[in-house]
Write a new protein. Structure first.
Length: 719
């Protein structure tokens, strides 16, 4: 049989062979599911008790064993019941005639022989690593395209033409190119069937320390990092399932886009958070609003750390003083003395947990001013002072319990900003900062500041409850007897060093080039003892000071083991599109890491310019044309100032809401569309902190067609 040109009968024959094996796999999968259900039911019957109030120690042991048994069965059942789109997706034909099938989970037959090998197992590595120059004893690599349990297509690569069994039929154009031509949908797909060698190396890298995955647009950094998370859970399950993996992305829209990748690989024990939601554990909120470019840079700078410390120390009222009278003696603490006490207390305590220490220091300072001939011991003196209304008012004004949100909101007052920002920010930056905090909701950049304030302030220590009184029948009163158990059940001591946030065993940060220094501090609190995967490309950075970003990353790595992987091939962008985008970014960033675009479509980018009054009509026509030209999604990337109301004004969008999206350049990070319209590129540059680098991001989102529309004449961005 001629392996180069397979006949229709050969294709049908090969499909039938693969379908028979897939049928066998699903038959045993059903058996395994049925067995897991029996195990789960048996686990519930291991221990039964009619006790409702207390259990013996031996009963507690039995309950623990029952629950552990049931948990293991339930986890296996969830794995087997998961949606396995293309459960079996690969086949390896080895030089010794051994055949291995690769899939999303491992499945064995009744004799415990593998019918499918989990893609993360060592035995599956040749499926991703083997090449024609290093076939790794593989003759043919086959990728199966399946719809549920039906094999619909085959793509083959002949890796060793000189092997003894090299006469195998070779079908298709290769799995990678076939996958790249597929239309994009609203969710990212996994690439488990088409992982390339350099990608697989990054996926299977050692978990310890810091792994950096770098590369230009379209190189698959994000999806490689997600596959790495699945691999880490498979290879070090006890460590990472117990400690948890946090995946951080640039926006909520991005997290929605990638949310199905890990479940499709059989993993769901991963926490996904956008950067504006990282601190939801401590703040109880997630932010999506984006600040202006100027405000975002101010709030992200490490200069904000000193400003926040000054803000916390700034009294709520001017020049607090204290005057109390004891036994006819007037005792006074001046502003300077009070400021010194505050500095000394805060050098050893966080603000909220330092209130008692501050009160003790104030009482000691007042007692030192009391004449000796008054003859009061310190305990009685303290009671007299703390009962005084003037003292209580002073303490509440000078050292109140502080909430992070209330403290940060003080910066909406320009007068407060001037006092705490002197020497840190100029007048224009101070005005921008105050204006950015006048909104009723928080911005993405604000969440890092709020989280920092929580760290500075510490938890609020609850006041000790007074002993309740009980009333006797004769009208007399007495304190109720309160036991230690009663106190423990109603009041928990607050540890001032306790953390209010989650911590993880591994932290994966995507689009890391956009993380501000203040956001890195927020992330590090959640991974203080974690291993890290850092994914990014400096050429796509929206942060203006790349050196500051580099310093933050260097500080994070420290002396930990680290490794860097560069992905060199752009699979997303057609060469015609990427050539234009590359010329744009090289003017701003000559050292940009430009990958090799391996696909061509034959369609150059369409560069249009229209007048303002023609914009709506021309956009409608462009969208209508793109709907006919591409089969999948279309993204309209517009500057923030034009985004509001743009979609509502489009009749074409209303009729095709499932295919057309309107999005800002920053929110487009990490996303891809079959067709892209970049509206007003010069305005995109002007309204983004990263300038031309953010335009570079917008220009590299399409997989098929790119259209740009300048308003009011050809833009200055054009190469």
């Amino acid at each position: 049989m001629d392996s180069a040109v397979p006949t229709p009968n050969a294709l049908e024959h090969e499909l039938a062979i693969e379908q028979a094996h897939v049928d066998l796999v699903y038959k045993h999968l059903k058996k395994a599911t049925k067995s897991a259900k029996k195990v789960a039911a048996h686990g519930q019957q291991i221990f039964q008790s009619d006790r409702q109030t207390w259990v013996r120690e031996e009963d507690g042991t039995a309950l623990f064993e029952r629950d552990a048994f049931a948990f293991a069965a339930a986890r296996r059942l969830a794995e087997l019941d998961a949606e396995h789109e293309g459960l079996v997706f690969g086949r390896l034909d080895h030089t010794d005639a051994e055949i291995r099938y690769i899939g999303r989970i491992g499945v064995r037959d009744d004799d415990y022989e593998p019918l499918v090998i989990d893609w993360r197992a060592r035995a599956a590595e040749p499926f991703y690593r083997a090449t024609a120059s290093n076939p790794m004893e593989v003759v043919r690599r086959r990728v199966l395209r399946c719809r549920n349990d039906i094999v619909t297509g085959i793509e083959d690569d002949l890796l060793d033409a000189d092997a003894p069994h090299a006469d195998l039929p070779i079908i298709g154009e290769g799995a990678l190119m076939a996958a790249l031509k597929r239309a994009r949908g609203p969710r990212m797909r996994d690439i488990v069937a088409t992982i390339q060698g350099e990608q697989d190396e990054a996926i299977r890298a050692d978990y310890r320390g810091v792994t950096v995955i770098a590369g230009g647009p379209g190189t698959g950094k994000t999806v490689v990092a997600l596959h790495r998370a699945a691999y880490l859970l498979y290879s070090n399950r006890r460590r990472f399932e117990r400690g948890g993996i946090l995946v951080v992305g640039p926006s909520g829209m991005f997290m929605n886009y990638i949310e199905r990748v890990l479940p499709s690989l059989g993993e769901d024990s991963v926490v996904l958070r956008p950067i504006g939601g990282v601190a939801v554990d401590s703040l109880g909120l997630s932010a999506a609003r984006i600040d202006s470019a100027e405000a975002a840079v101010i709030k992200g700078s490490l200069r904000m750390l000193e400003l926040l410390k000054r803000l916390v120390n700034l009294p709520l009222s001017d020049a607090p003083k204290l005057l109390v009278t004891v036994k006819g003696e007037a005792l006074r603490l001046e502003t300077g003395e009070i400021a010194r006490i505050r500095r000394e207390v805060l050098s050893r305590n966080k603000v909220n947990s330092g209130r008692n220490a501050a009160q003790a220091a104030v009482l000691a300072a007042l007692y030192a001013k009391l004449p000796e001939d008054v003859g009061l011991d310190f305990e009685i003196f303290s009671e007299l002072i703390t009962d005084a209304a003037s003292y209580r008012m002073f303490l509440q004004e000078w050292w109140p319990d502080l909430e992070a949100a209330d403290v940060l909101r003080r910066l909406a007052d320009p007068k407060v900003v001037v006092r705490v920002a002197d020497g840190l920010f100029d007048a224009g930056e101070q005005a921008e900062l105050a204006a950015s905090l006048a909104f009723p909701d928080w911005s993405v950049a604000d969440t890092a500041l709020l989280d920092e304030l929580l760290e500075i302030l510490g938890p609020i220590v609850p006041e000790e409850p007074e002993d309740p009184l009980i009333f006797l029948p004769d009208g007399t009163e007495m304190s109720e007897i309160v036991t230690t158990a009663d106190r423990l059940s109603h009041h928990r001591e607050v540890d001032p060093d306790d953390v209010s946030h989650d911590t993880f065993a591994h932290v994966l940060v995507d689009e890391a080039q956009d993380i501000s220094p203040m956001q890195w501090r927020m992330l590090r609190r959640r991974g203080s003892e974690a291993s890290w995967t850092i994914v990014g490309d400096p050429a796509q950075s929206s942060w203006p000071d790349l050196n500051e970003t580099d310093r933050a990353l260097t500080d994070l790595i420290g002396k930990a083991p680290n490794r860097k992987f560069r992905l060199s091939t752009n699979y997303r962008s057609p060469a015609e599109v990427f050539d234009l985008a590359a010329r744009v970014v090289q003017r701003e960033f000559p050292g940009a890491d430009l990958p090799n675009a391996v696909r061509t479509t034959g369609f150059d980018p369409l560069l249009l310019d229209v007048s303002e009054d023609q914009l709506a009509e021309r956009l409608e026509q462009v969208l209508t044309d793109l709907l006919d030209q591409v089969a999948g999604t279309i993204g309209v990337i517009a500057p923030p100032s034009r985004l509001d109301g743009l979609a509502a004004a489009s009749a074409v969008t209303a009729a095709n809401a499932d295919r057309i999206s309107f999005i800002s350049p920053l929110n487009a990070k990490g996303l891809e569309y079959d067709g892209v319209v970049v509206l007003a590129p010069d305005e995109v540059v002007a309204q983004s902190p990263g300038g031309p680098r953010v335009l570079y991001v917008a220009l590299t989102r399409p997989t098929q067609r790119l259209v740009t529309i300048d308003v009011g004449g050809a833009g200055s961005w054009r190469p």
